[in-house]
Design a protein around this ligand. Structure first.
Ligand SMILES: Nc1ncnc2c1ncn2[C@@H]1O[C@H](COP(=O)(O)OP(=O)(O)OP(=O)(O)O)[C@@H](O)[C@H]1O
Ligand SMILES: [Mg+2]
Length: 417
């Protein structure tokens, strides 16, 4: 019998000669930093669409090929950029959005001056832009190497194309999922932004099917918002939701919340918008869970959209490079507001519709179980700042699946992957 092999012991660290510390090449620095901001096509699209929203666009068109890895194109009708701004826009830490450098009063979606240089570091980034009274200009950045600004034919606004995303960072490329899954992630990003910005028209084109369109809603107040929510969350939502409005100590909460009888198997139809920014926030999710705890089984999730408005100083959005997380100065106050506003809205809806009220412990999806009026008045004093203003000419056709995601009938892109 042969002796068992000697266990291999790694060489102790102290025997390793340490390489001298050196400064990294700036292009490598950009690629490393880009990893935090641009994780997949959907995160690049989130940044580009947020830039378009910050630029005041009323219509934003997104086109993708191969789930966004071959092509991402975002075209907006916003204020555009002149030659000097375009040259600066792709430089790291260059932004027009912090004019007085005050990180405690952020009013725009972007503020870090990182998104365009990050995308340009890991792709071929081509920009064409024109302001209302200027000439069209273009610029290309290839794997972090910036070209010259040139004149180019353009209409007002900005057109950005990202091709060969992650070609320069093959490790990241390997982590991407199927085209179908990446497309679903893009559609999810656009749904979240469409809830947050009902006054903006969004279009998503892919190689398959007709485009998905969320028409602009311009009618102010809950009615217009509800129409946009119907197009994003499904046509059954308005009939199964009640409006909510409550203000407390400088925080204003508005929105529409689904009845406890209208539930889903995932929390993907829970939308939070804080000062115009769609966020995924544990505290808010926990508050919603708490609010429905007595009326919905623990494995089910409500469908709702909540809009919190407050002084920007009461919330820190500079918490994560993707800007989807935040910290509230008084988390307890926010949680209490969310729980009481939802309880109050559901209680009043039950009283008004004459229904027996929420179904306790319901575990099966019961669709359209309530006829509670979706136009019932606000439950409390109007907030400090009202929810988004909207209106519109209809919803893109969507239907609700038995258990989960909402599916567009015009395009396969919203199908669950
Ligand atoms: N679609 C656009 N229309 C007009 N200006 C734009 C557009 N996209 C970018 N810009 C300009 O380019 C600048 C840099 O954009 P970038 O996304 O890199 O940074 P940011 O939006 O300022 O901050 P963040 O990194 O947080 O997104 C912006 O501050 C803005 O002035
Ligand atoms: Mg930006």
């Amino acid at each position: 019998m042969s002796a068992p092999p000697e266990p291999r012991t790694p060489a102790p660290h102290r025997d390793c000669p340490r390489a001298a510390i050196r400064r990294l090449d700036p292009i490598l620095v950009d690629r490393i930093a880009a990893g935090e901001v641009v994780e997949r096509p959907a995160s690049a699209i989130k940044e580009l669409v947020e830039n378009a929203i910050d630029a005041g666009a009323r219509a934003i068109e997104v086109t993708i090929e191969a789930g966004g890895r071959r092509l991402i194109r975002v075209v907006d009708d916003g204020i555009g950029m002149g030659a000097d701004d375009l040259a600066l826009a792709v430089e790291r830490h260059a932004t027009s959005k912090l004019p007085d450098g005050d990180l405690t009063r952020i009013g725009s979606l972007g503020f870090r001056g990182e998104a365009l240089p990050s995308i340009g570091a890991v792709s071929r980034l081509s920009l064409v832009s024109r302001t209302a009274d200027g000439e069209g200009v273009s610029l290309v950045v290839e794997a972090g190497v910036k070209g010259a600004v040139r004149p180019a034919p353009a209409t007002r606004g900005t057109r950005i194309e990202v091709t060969d995303l992650f070609a320069a960072t093959p490790a990241r490329l390997k982590f991407l999922k199927s085209d179908r899954a990446e497309t679903a992630a893009v559609a999810e990003v656009l749904r979240r932004l469409a809830v947050a910005q009902p006054g903006v028209r969004f279009t998503l084109r892919t190689e398959s099917g007709s485009p998905t369109v969320f028409p602009a809603e311009s009618e102010p107040g809950p009615a217009g918002l509800l129409r946009r929510l119907g197009s994003v969350l499904g046509p059954d939502f308005p009939a199964n939701a009640v409006p909510l409005s409550m203000a407390r100590e400088g925080l204003s909460l508005e929105g529409h919340v689904g009845l406890p009888t209208f539930h889903r198997g995932a929390a993907s139809h829970v939308h939070f918008v804080v000062n115009g920014r769609p966020v995924r926030d544990r505290l808010l999710l926990g508050a919603v869970r708490g609010a429905y705890a007595d009326t919905m089984s623990a494995d089910r999730h409500p469908v709702l959209a909540l809009f919190l408005a407050c002084d920007p100083g009461l919330v820190d959005v500079n918490v994560h490079p993707a800007k989807t997380e935040l910290r509230f100065r008084d988390p307890g106050l926010v949680r209490a507001l969310v729980v009481s506003a939802i309880h109050e809205a559901l209680r009043r809806a039950g009283a008004r519709s004459g229904a027996a009220g929420p179904v306790a412990g319901s575990t099966r999806p019961e669709r359209c179980a309530s006829t509670a009026s979706s136009t019932a008045g606000s439950v409390c004093e109007p907030g400090i700042r009202s929810g988004p203003a909207l209106s519109g000419d209809g919803a893109s056709p969507t239907r609700t699946t038995e258990d989960g995601p909402l599916v567009s009938e015009t395009s396969p892109v919203f199908q669950a992957s």
